[in-house]
Design a protein around this ligand. Structure first.
Ligand code: C5P
Length: 309
């Protein structure tokens, strides 16, 4: 008798940086209206999925101990949501291999959730359309649709309504992972607080930034990077100002808080400069650890999938 051995379905999903993040008004549902330009970065997580008797989540890699393995994990929620939507039980064991900093403002949890949707779609041979997967992704979190699609895109609404953006060339980044942590809702709340007391400058519309992306010129792009959440993130974690200054002093074209932080992202002129900036930043004692990445890269995609009969 031939027994079926299931090799895992392995899916890789990218992290993201917001090249532009303008925050509008607080909506009645507790979310803020956004206009954001995302870029998917090569720093990625891999998840592998095999059939199992029940739903189980394991985490390995950097910061694994900081990630819950129960129903609080977005991967768990993604498996339950997808299974429910197609009338199945989520009988799967999911292992997350973390490369993306946990709670860093780089969409790590969102990336794992997007990867889970893609992996289960492949394993269960559901053949869901991109738009069906995107609708499920949006229910899991504002950034999940973007890391599903990857590339460079403009997001509106909560950030979940996407349109692709023309981007030429590969851009080179250095990511400085902070010593402290920041929670996304707290950072949005701090921005509301700062705005209620005064008017921190707003970054405006991303038109010029989109032109710089189309030209593929990192020098043109650098001065146009902007994030309305940066004032709030640096207000809650003032050490980020020192990190931002240190990256530029080390030779980056510009530095920005990534999303709600606390990771700082530095755009560099080329790959060699990114390596030298990362070496200098590591030695400067202004952050926990440093990574080099490039973008844009594709969204969540299967990298290995086979069943041996
Ligand atoms: O959608 P997600 O779960 O990633 O959002 C986390 C939190 O970030 C929300 O509960 C909300 O406090 C804040 N947020 C927001 N406006 C957005 C996206 C997120 O206020 N557009």
């Amino acid at each position: 008798m031939l027994s079926v051995v299931h090799s895992p379905v392995v899916v890789r999903a990218p992290s993201k940086v917001n090249l532009h993040l303008s925050v509008g008004d607080l909506r009645d549902d507790g979310y803020h209206e956004l206009t954001t330009v995302f870029q998917a970065l090569s720093l990625s997580d891999e998840i592998s999925v095999v059939p199992s008797q029940g739903l189980r989540v394991n985490v390995k890699g950097a910061d694994a101990t900081k990630v819950p393995t129960d129903e609080r994990n977005l991967v768990w929620k993604a498996a339950v949501l997808l299974a429910d939507s197609v009338g199945r039980e989520p009988l799967v064991e999911i292992t997350i291999d973390k490369g993306i900093p946990v709670a860093g403002g780089m969409a790590g949890g969102s990336s794992d959730a997007a990867a889970t949707l893609v992996a289960l779609d492949a394993m269960w041979k559901l053949d869901l359309s991109r738009s069906e997967l995107t609708d499920l992704a949006a229910k899991l979190g504002s950034d999940v649709p973007f890391v599903l699609h990857g590339g460079t895109a403009v997001g509106t609404g909560r950030g979940e309504k996407l349109l692709p953006v023309l981007s030429r060339n590969t851009f080179h980044w250095v990511l400085a992972l902070a010593k402290g942590g920041l929670q996304t809702p707290a950072v949005f709340g701090e921005l509301d607080e700062l705005r209620s007391k005064g008017s921190p400058p707003r970054i405006g519309a991303p038109d010029a930034l989109m032109q710089a992306l189309a030209s593929g010129d990192a020098h043109a792009l650098a001065p146009l990077l902007g994030n309305d959440l940066q004032a709030a993130a640096t207000s809650l974690l003032p050490q980020l100002r020192r990190t931002l200054r240190a990256g530029v002093a080390a030779g980056a074209l510009a530095g920005i808080v990534s999303g709600s932080g606390p990771t700082c992202a530095f755009l560099c002129a080329d790959a060699d400069t990114a390596v030298s900036v990362s070496a200098e930043l590591s030695g400067a004692g202004v952050c926990r650890t440093v990574r080099v990445a490039s973008g844009p890269v594709p969204g969540a995609r299967v990298v290995t999938s086979e069943s041996i009969g």
